[in-house]
Design a binder for this molecule. Sequence first.
Ligand code: ZN
Length: 95
Amino acid sequence: MKCCICTSEIDKQYTPQGECYWDQGHNAMPLANGRCCTKCNDTEVIPMRMAFIASGRPMPTIAIKDILKEQRKARALAKVSLKAITKEVNERKKK
Ligand SMILES: [Zn+2]
């Protein structure tokens, strides 16, 4: 299984006897909606959760990554329509 943050293979957890007992990673919320590796969990997910708790804000129920993706999409769309409007205005001016 791949980490939903860094896309590398999720690390397996072993018992002292060397048996794999867990290979499902960690819950990546509120950063991403999926499973992540231990490194991303320790360096990205946990600090983000702590930051939300420390700031007293409610934990997001939608993953930050998804929000950013939506915002990028919305921004791209706005840019396209803005360009189209500008073009139309300029064409009208010519006439
Ligand atoms: Zn990762």
